[in-house]
Design a binder for this molecule. Sequence first.
Ligand code: LLP
Length: 405
Amino acid sequence: NHPSLSYKRNELFINDYNLHSITKDLKTPFYLYSLEALQRNFENFKTEAQSNGLKNPLICYALKANSNIRLLKTLKSLGAGADIVSGGELKQALKAKIPAQKIVFSGVGKNESEIELALTCHPEGIYSFNVESIEELEMISSIAQRLNKTARVALRLNPQVNVKTHKHISTGGKSHKFGILKRDIEQALLKKKLWKSVSLVGLSMHIGSQLTCLKATRKALIELCRLCNSCNQLEFIDVGGGLGVPYNEDHPLSTLSEYMELIAKITQRELKEELRIVFEPGRYIAANCGVLITEVIRSKSSEENKFIIVDGGMNDFVRSSLYGAYHHVLPLKKRPSKLSTCHVVGPICETADSFASNRELPLLKAKDRICIADVGAYGSSMGSTYNMREKTREYIIDLKGEVRR
Ligand code: LLP
């Protein structure tokens, strides 16, 4: 039941296009992104926010999920802003013509030259530095003073909540490096000297990624709203990203509409004054837009296992190796055959170089192509050239159905 992928007569389609026919001349492995799916996800997100009564929400797409320029230009045309975490991402967002007034800058390690760039890329600078420590606030303040600018900042609260997700991508707990504790925010608000060349325009949070349950979000958001009430003249509250997606339909997860309903309900109930809501979704916007297409080189069997060896590896796509993440493996053409239990592995010299373990698949032979599904987020952006392999190529299917670089 995938929103874009389906079989018709044993051939895999992405929306209305036969994946094999439209990509057979392209050399594997490669990513393919559907602009139609991207557009649909962004529009859904925006519509859902508006239909819950959120006025003028700012949706800052998290570039770290996928910073492909074509995707960014499409999102820009739909009104998206950007959540960036480096000078490189800032430059890429600006290259896609995303206005500086729609860019928020997250991350615990913003350095001097990145801060300078964010302050000077536009006469007014960026929309907000989402500040993760008092030390960072001091640094931003002194750089802004030197440049004769005023930096717009939001303080990121560490709400000390535990989130049910993979431990590598949980970010709102008290042992984590992210955000500022409530008592430190309260103290900072009192210190005049900190606020010389910075103007406090918001508060923010981000408690983790691939969130499948909203309990911690609710708790953290209430905390954040109450803190907002003790600050004067804020413009916005930034609720971060993190909404999970169904990689494997077997697991229940909170939906977009439940998520928006929660954000709207809590902010309307808790905030003394209405504030603009800023979102930083990455995965929700990009994950199901992308597939990785890879070709079978050969198969081999050991005493215990049957391996399908493909030409894509953990350098092209690392989520399965790094987090043990589940992604569907779908042959572009299904042979009518018995299913057998296989491991789908790549050519990299590491045991972790695997896309799927113990998967029931139909017979696959050399040169057959398969697709790894839902790799539009944290796929290419986490890719490397490990083992001196080439950087994975990326293509898009544009709105007319043309496949292009
Ligand atoms: N905002 C901040 C401050 C973040 O750190 C992140 C993600 C996001 C927004 C976007 O979160 P999303 O809506 O995509 O969940 N590589 C991992 C995910 C790392 C997420 C890091 N931060 C993965 O492949 O699952």
